[in-house]
Design a protein around this ligand. Sequence first.
Ligand code: GLA
Length: 708
Amino acid sequence: MQDVYHLKGQHSSLIIGAPNGGVPTVLYWGEALPDALDHAQLGLLQSLPHPAGFLDSIPPLSLVPEMGRGFHGQAGLLGQRKRRDWAGQMQLDQVDVDEDGTHRLRCVDPQAGLQLDIRVSLNQQTEVVRLSAELTNTGDTPYQLDHLGLSVRLPWEADELLTFHGRWIQEFLTERQPWPLSPVLRENRRGRTSHASFPAMIAGEPHFSENRGQVWGLHLGYSGNHRLVAEKLLDGNRHIQLGEWLYPGEIELSAGQTYRTPETFGTWSGRGLNGLSQQFHAFVREQILDLDVTKRPRPVHLNTWEGIYFDHKPEQLKAMVRHAADVGVERFILDDGWFGRRDDDHAGLGDWFVDERKHPGGLGYLIEAVHQQGMTFGLWFEPEMVNPDSDLYRAHPDWILQVEGYDQPLGRHQYVLDIAKPEVFAYLLERLDSFLTEYAIDYIKWDMNRDLVQPGSNGIAGVHEQTQALYRLLAELRQRHPSVEIETCASGGGRIDFEILRHTQRIWTSDCIDARERQRIQYGYSLFLPPEINGSHISANPSHTTGRSLNLGYRLITAMFGHMGLELNVTEMSDAEKAQVRALVDLYKQHRSLLHTGTFWRLDTADPALQAYGVVSGDGRSALFAATTLELQKQMLLPPLRLQGLKPGTDYELSFWIPDGALGPRTGQSELEQAGGGRFSAELLMQAGVQLPILNPESALLLALKEV
Ligand code: GLA
């Protein structure tokens, strides 16, 4: 049997092999190698000496590293069968290659009664690797699975790590550090993807930047619990292992039963973080999302939440609808507060019936008003939750995730429904389906506002089943109502990952719509996710979550590099403010097709006070960049901005768009500023750069480029 497999993209190669006949390992992942490789040469080059003070041969760092072969690091498989079969040795048994190039590697351990089926593929257009595994109990007694993680071995050059952190209103915080000798662990037990730990890690050559250095990025597409660990071994080898974090006893495989891991997605780039994120963006667009922004441009939203909260009054809502249409809004979303007895967040969740005290006769009047203005309508739900103060809970107190005999802690005054229970699933499906059938709703904001504690289902830990049930519920609804778009929200960005994106078309990235904070949040977001699904709203002043006031132009430019919306009470705006917002919404509409289909670039800047990024159209003929200041810079001037992604050999017409209030104290303008731009070659724009005007802190301007 051939024991080395070369998966090849246009720019990268992934070589896996099982030189010792066990579970395959990553032998190479980096710049593309020629098709015809002499595997024996590779084997010889990678053959290892036997260091003293160690086992007589170095244990393999395979895709599922095995304790039973002397691997003393983070084992890939942990489990047992009545205290036996806990340290087996798998043998590679069979390899099949599908038409699309997916390699299916079957490994077996007959003694332990286990079969491991690993799938690995490399998408040629986007260079993204997909990796997953199935473990089947081939024995005749139950097998208790504690952990199944897939390890990707990385080269020694990968010696700096970027990890993700965060909390509510602070999603996608990034931290960089030299890859330490102790393992770096990101474990999530919150029962949803979580604000605290976007399930991804990036490793790279030391000091990798937006444009330079080799980087390897890995993401676990999963909306339940996860465990990611980056580990350097005693021998200097290193790996990142990704898998689901399981509660004790959560997975028991009966004879013949199979457990499937979530999918891991990875990519290598030799051109720094931009290459990495561009490959992930292209992959998400082509392989994950069910969304075609060229056929259905993303409408400008107005979401009622921060504008009116729970205070729904038909006359006021109708006025909001008129004012929204007047400033160019195209989709009106009624947020929390329309159902049950939902006057605040203490009651009503679970009672998915219109509150006729607030909306006499149902939502028809509002939807009609929305349609009259040429807009479409969206509605908020939080299906997985129930308040103790609700008719649903009073009727079915046994429908929640819990461990009987203990007090179940509340989160935002609510419990979590056990949606894997068929009767709960059926209730939610019927309720949601009936709204989508009765009303012309073209959009759902699907919220999920608490972490899980004691998530017991019939006494057994149930996050895995809960997560699968969620995917089934979303899939069933989408199948019944394929044109309805769904937004994934979990108190903002608590449930963002590639798997939820198979079922949803927009992300509520954060409850923080303070533009200054959003700049940072959207930086981390952009490493893995494309702009057109980033729900990004213009907030009121001061911001409701931070108390900070920011100028409108800055708020607009920040919202513009996502799927833009408004989240404020439009009826309270002055005519002058409305005129300004209208102009900004128009500007966004002019550029949205570029912004939502082009290539996203973050720019390396020589001053941390300056954050800059932009989008270049696929054909390279137009581009839009934003230069934003996070704080007052230490020097008088901002550094020249070196653009990226332009078409060499092309001249561009450069123009600035500088919102009111953005310019800082100055006694004169540069010639470039006076001229409002000019005609420049791509090479000069990219290599020499553009000197920026003097900007206030927390300000932004746009640079628009058109091929001449
Ligand atoms: C969560 C969401 C908000 C809003 C509220 C409604 O916090 O993140 O956007 O929908 O719920 O209760």
